[in-house]
Design a protein around this ligand. Structure first.
Ligand code: BG6
Ligand code: MG
Length: 222
């Protein structure tokens, strides 16, 4: 039986992905590294420090900064990101998400946030949806970030469910890879080519419903 839905946050519940992109692009400029939309795909779902490491490697700057300097760069990016998101309200919840959360609650399914973002609790507060979730996995509590399976395995455990009883919802290739590595059924939102590893790809969140999640899960575990 399908027991739990494990939700990514950025790009699934709300479109913070564009603000992460703007903040990384700005920091990239300061470092002399061009972060364009194509390269940004490789940052989606990836933790703050891992994203910085990827940007530095992309710009041939892998060994240039000490850990303390890299931490300062991450803080700078995050301060800019927090400025960009502070105006967010419940109107920024992506289409179809609230009705889905209502459906899941009515059907008694568990809902867990499995986001790499340390800002997830604050964003859920801004969107006023915190109460729809049974738990939030603290990304700092897992050993390896996406594309490793750890955060989704922790999400299943938090829901008191086996991986086979869960479905994960993601917008990033690294996230889909993490879900599949955890032996969990994956629904992806976005470009079918980028997200080809998912069990089902939907063009946007308005196509999400309990019926679509159940159907995807049933076909995947059959
Ligand atoms: C993920 C985003 O959800 O969280 C990434 O897709 C982001 O772009 C990562 O880098 C970490 O977020 P934060 O808020 O902790 O910097
Ligand atoms: Mg995401």
């Amino acid at each position: 039986m399908l027991k739990a839905v494990l939700f990514d946050l950025d790009g699934v519940i709300t479109d913070t992905a564009k603000f992460h992109f703007l903040a990384w692009r700005e920091l990239g400029k300061e470092l002399g590294v061009t972060v364009d939309e194509a390269f940004n795909e490789e940052l989606k779902g990836v933790s703050r420090m891992d994203s910085l490491e990827r940007i530095l490697a992309f710009g041939g700057l892998a060994d240039k900064y000490s850990l303390a300097e890299k931490e300062a760069l991450c803080t700078k990016k995050n301060d800019h990101y927090l400025e960009l998101i502070q105006e967010m309200t419940p109107a920024d919840i992506l289409p179809g998400i609230l009705p889905l959360l209502e459906e899941l609650r009515a059907a008694g399914l568990k809902t867990i946030i499995t986001s790499a973002s340390k800002n997830a609790p604050g964003i859920l507060e801004l969107l006023q949806v915190k109460d729809y979730f049974d738990g939030i996995v603290d990304p700092a509590s897992v050993a390896a970030g996406k594309p490793a399976p750890d955060i989704f395995l922790a999400g299943a455990a938090l829901a008191d469910a086996e991986p086979a009883e869960c479905i994960g919802v993601e917008d990033a290739a690294s996230g889909v890879e993490a879900i599949k590595a955890a032996n969990i059924t994956a629904v992806a939102i976005g470009d079918a080519e980028v997200l080809a590893q998912a069990d089902r790809v939907l063009p946007d969140t308005s196509a999400l419903s309990l019926a679509v999640l159940r159907d995807t899960w049933e076909k995947a575990i059959a």
